[in-house]
Ligand binder design. Structure first.
Ligand SMILES: [Zn+2]
Length: 494
């Protein structure tokens, strides 16, 4: 039976993925620097073996045969998701993938070397090569999938997301934010007049911060028997659902960036830890996509971790671990701090979407050919001045050289961040309708009801639905920017 063959293939591919995920997490957290070369070789060999197995021509035949078999509903959905994965994996010729990998890796290396110096002229030829191949990739994917080129790129990250649906929502959000950011800054200045910002004391030992982080992780639902917390240069959530590896980085001068980072990665981890175990070896059992994943991490970081009710419970926990007493208003002034900045990853939840919308608009131009890489510094600067009133024209390292996404050919990924923030706010609105006392629960350190809701509506659904379908099934309506803007107005407005 062909379904049986696919099922066995799923077990094999999951074993490869398991090994690669743990090797990758280990590399970032525990590997001695001297291990780098051999680790890279081991991982690329394993990745090559996995790719050959996953894209073998006979798998296409197995899928077609399985589609004709008498299967139950669950198996049928599993086969459909096998097909979706297989098509996305095999729609680029091997010759193209090799050419693109070489170009991308050279550009990434150059980016690491030249970004700090802001050497745009030195970096541009490599980026032009990547953009040219990204256009080629988009066209190849588009012809196989029957989508427009940019939609075909987004399809890899968030199945079912289309520019025609997202662009108007982002345009509406942009208009709102350009108007709202100055208002939020004014409201913040007024609050500061009444209550000056109390600086963090600047003495937070790492071992105590780690204990605090672990206590918060456990409280919001992280299963410490199936996951762990380490340190890495860039925080991430990796590993596998039964052994989730999350990381943070500590500063001894303040504790909030690490704690908020831990809550964010815990949100990713909760999704992974609660995916249906019986489907773990099928593509169907994976998390739905990047936007939905980001919505789960942002939900824990923003809807829970920056909620005033959360801090009623959390402040005594902070005091217990760090020996410092804070009032709710004093800590919220830090947790809700808004500031216009040049760097996306440092942005707060009010200004962050403008960074993403800028990239979404520019990369559509890059893929369609309306914009050339050499014109990026001016195009970036114009939008940055229009949206945030800041200029990057003399500092390309703070402009189009700041992210790794374009050098690594990840076009179509940026929208996921802001879609995630909007989905998180929409989930919160649905939860508040169904559980009016949810904030009172947070104030008592109770997160089980909110997790049960998310488990039933999101986590247990794995890849059963497209991203837009999952949003609508979980919250009762299609993606609606009004929930996110209402959230910002309530938290950062007057
Ligand atoms: Zn994230």
């Amino acid at each position: 039976m062909s379904f049986q063959k696919l099922d066995e293939l799923g077990h094999k591919l999951t074993a490869f993925e398991h090994a690669l995920a743990i090797l990758g997490a280990d590399e970032a957290t525990h590997m001695a620097p001297g291990g780098g070369e051999a680790r890279a070789e081991a991982m690329s060999t394993l990745a090559g073996m996995a790719h050959r197995q996953a894209s073998a021509p006979e798998i296409g035949d197995w899928i077609s045969a399985a589609e004709a078999e008498d299967l139950n509903a669950e198996q049928k959905t599993a086969v459909a998701e096998f097909r979706r994965h297989y098509v996305n994996l095999t729609c680029l010729p091997t010759e193209f993938v090799e050419r693109q990998t070489r170009t991308r890796m050279r550009c990434e290396q150059l980016w690491r070397e030249l970004r700090a110096k802001g050497d745009w002229a030195g970096f541009l030829p490599a980026l032009e090569g990547v953009v040219e191949l990204a256009r080629e990739e988009a066209a190849l994917r588009a012809s196989v999938l029957g989508l427009s080129p940019y939609d075909a790129l987004m399809e890899q990250f968030d199945p079912g997301n289309r520019v025609a649906d997202i662009a108007p929502i982002f345009a509406e959000l942009k208009t709102f934010l350009v108007d709202f950011v100055p208002k939020a800054l004014e409201a913040q200045a007024k609050r500061r007049e009444k209550l000056p910002l109390r600086p963090l004391s600047g003495n937070y030992p790492i071992d105590r911060q780690r204990e605090l982080g672990l206590a918060m992780m456990a409280a919001v639902g992280f299963d410490l028997t199936r996951g762990s917390l380490s340190v890495s240069h860039h925080p991430f959530c990796g590993g596998v659902p039964t052994d989730v590896r999350i990381t943070t980085r500590y500063k001894t001068t303040e504790f909030l960036s690490s704690l908020m980072g831990i809550l964010h990665e815990t949100g990713h981890a909760l999704y992974e830890q609660n995916l249906p175990r019986e489907w773990a070896h099928w593509p169907l059992g994976k998390a739905r996509g990047m936007a939905m994943h980001e919505s789960q991490s942002l939900f824990v970081e923003k809807q829970i971790g920056r909620n005033p009710a959360f801090w009623e419970w959390a402040l005594p926990v902070v005091e217990k671990h760090l020996g410092e007493q804070w009032s709710k208003d004093e800590i919220l002034a830090h947790v809700h701090h808004v500031e216009r900045g040049l760097i996306r990853v440092d942005a707060d939840e009010v200004t962050y979407p403008l960074h993403v919308i800028l990239r979404f608009e520019l990369e559509q131009g890059l893929i369609s050919g309306d914009l050339e890489a050499r014109d990026l510094p001016e195009a970036w600067d114009r939008k940055m001045r229009d949206y945030l009133g800041l200029s990057t024209i003399d500092a390309p390292q703070d402009g189009p050289m700041q992210d790794v996404h374009w050098p690594s050919a990840a076009f179509g990924y940026f929208p996921s961040y802001t879609l995630g923030a909007m989905i998180a706010a929409q989930q919160w609105a649905a939860i508040e309708r169904e559980m009016p006392d949810v904030e009172a629960q947070f104030a008592k350190g109770r997160f089980d009801a909110v997790n049960e809701w998310r488990n039933e509506k999101i986590w247990s659904q794995a890849s059963l639905w497209s991203t837009p379908q999952l949003i609508e099934r979980a919250t009762g309506e299609p993606l609606n920017a009004a929930h996110f803007t209402a959230h910002l107005e309530a938290r950062y407005g007057e």
